[in-house]
Design a protein around this ligand. Structure first.
Ligand code: ALA
Length: 428
């Protein structure tokens, strides 16, 4: 399938973007296959794997707990990872907590904040279940009310309507930055301004934004922001929770343990006389980092950040957008294809989701894999509230999702378009 040349207008930052060179850093890639599921989990470049195996092979020790060389070296590389992650989102290292993933980060906030019956939490109906269930649990655990703002089938946020849903009982607004099902970019900086004006806390789920867009917590003005390492070239098993420093200092983390208090400064006269009010917390961010952290993973994530910095997030964003635009325009021309999310290609960030005629999404996903060697995700993408709003027939619930990243090429997009066209034609 051909796409008009003007669709691929050159973005300035893309001049140095060399996808062929980038692909050589990802040994999983093969030219006769297309990996189009990076938003579920990205591939990992060799340098990240090397950085982690160097830790295991050469300086495997705990961090911040040893006075010997191996531990000091592990601490040094761990801190380099911490600095890189903080720099990546324009935060201070004191504002960074490493968790297992985005889900664990959101759960940590849900369990740490103090709730009263009648408190309200506002989420949108395009959220991933990881940005719903931790809050939903509070409805029975703490008498909190969960409210849903519905941005419609295409994910268009009407800020006046959203603002009207924030009232004196609202404690927190929690929204995705980029929808994992629609690929639309949510105006989080504008929502942050509304929340600030209304004195309501604001959490940003940046799991799908951090890999693809420059993220700046200062410019956004949020209180919390969460993302995962494994979607942005890093390893599995490490996520990031940004907590605005003033809040991080004031809050008492739900998870406490080794490293979170200064035991040397303990004011209790004996173990029996210990009182929680006498505990002195460790300085930030260690107060939030209970137990041995994911050391190899933080080192690997730090290396992934450096890799993305070398390529340039602006260049990654422009490249992803070019591919997304090519895919969207191509899919729109295929009869029988139903596209979800904004129809404007510029409003999509690296994600396109669609259905073909009345075929089940999982059947399309399997056919793309078996006949065309294309890896996509098919199903409800954990966006249950979205599909509940727009699709009544649970049998056909969900859609097919293709996503693009820095190592994907125009050939990948054209392979997808050719395959979808063949599948769609076979239905006629
Ligand atoms: N959250 C991941 C996705 O959207 C797993 O596919």
């Amino acid at each position: 399938m051909m796409v008009a040349a003007n669709v691929l207008a050159e973005a300035p930052s893309r001049k140095t973007f060399d996808v062929a060179r980038i692909r050589r850093d990802f040994p999983t890639l093969r030219d006769d296959e297309s990996f189009l599921d990076s938003v579920a989990s990205s591939l990992t470049p060799t340098c990240v794997v090397d950085a982690m195996s160097e830790y295991y092979n050469r300086y495997r020790a705990n961090v911040h707990r040893g006075t010997y060389d191996l531990s000091l070296r592990a601490s040094e590389y761990y801190e380099r990872g911490l600095q890189a992650v903080a720099r990546f989102i324009h935060a201070k290292p004191t504002e960074i907590v490493f968790t297992q993933n985005t889900t664990a980060a959101i759960n940590l906030v849900a369990q740490t904040l103090k709730w009263s019956p009648g408190d309200e939490i506002l989420v949108s109906s395009i959220e991933h279940t990881s940005n719903m269930l931790p809050w939903f649990r509070l409805t029975y655990a703490a008498g909190v009310k969960l409210r849903f703002y519905n941005p419609g089938r295409e994910g268009n946020f009407d800020l006046n309507v959203l603002e009207s849903m924030i009232n004196e009982r609202t404690r927190l607004v929690s929204m995705t930055f980029v929808s994992n099902v629609l690929g639309c970019v949510v105006p989080v900086a504008e929502i942050a301004r509304i929340c600030k004006r209304k004195k309501v806390l604001f959490l940003v789920d940046a799991a799908q934004a951090a890999p693809h867009l420059p993220v700046d917590v200062e410019a956004i003005g949020c209180d919390f922001l969460a993302f995962s390492g494994h979607k942005m070239l890093g390893p599995t098993g490490v996520g990031v929770l940004y907590i605005r420093e003033e809040l991080a200092a004031r809050m008492v983390p739900a998870a406490l343990g080794g490293g979170t208090i200064t035991t040397g400064a303990c004011a209790c006269s004996s173990v029996d006389a210990c009182q929680f009010s006498l505990v002195t917390f460790a300085e930030l961010p260690w107060k939030w980092q209970a137990g041995t952290p994911p050391i190899a993973e933080v080192i690997g994530l730090g290396r992934a950040v450096e890799y993305l910095e070398d390529v340039g997030l602006d260049a990654v964003e422009a490249h992803d957008r070019d591919l997304t635009r090519r895919a969207l325009i191509g899919l729109r021309e295929i009869s029988g294809v139903e596209i979800f999310g904004p129809l404007d290609p510029e409003a999509h960030c690296a994600i396109i989701s669609f259905n073909i005629a009345d075929l089940l999404p999982v059947d399309v996903g399997r056919t793309l894999n078996e006949r065309f060697k294309i890896a996509v995700r098919a199903g409800d993408h954990c966006a249950l509230a979205y599909f509940k709003e727009i699709q009544s027939d649970k049998r056909t619930w969900g859609n097919v999702r293709a996503s693009f990243y820095l190592y994907n090429t125009q050939d990948d997009v054209d392979r997808l378009l050719g395959a979808v066209e063949k599948i769609a034609n076979s239905c006629q």
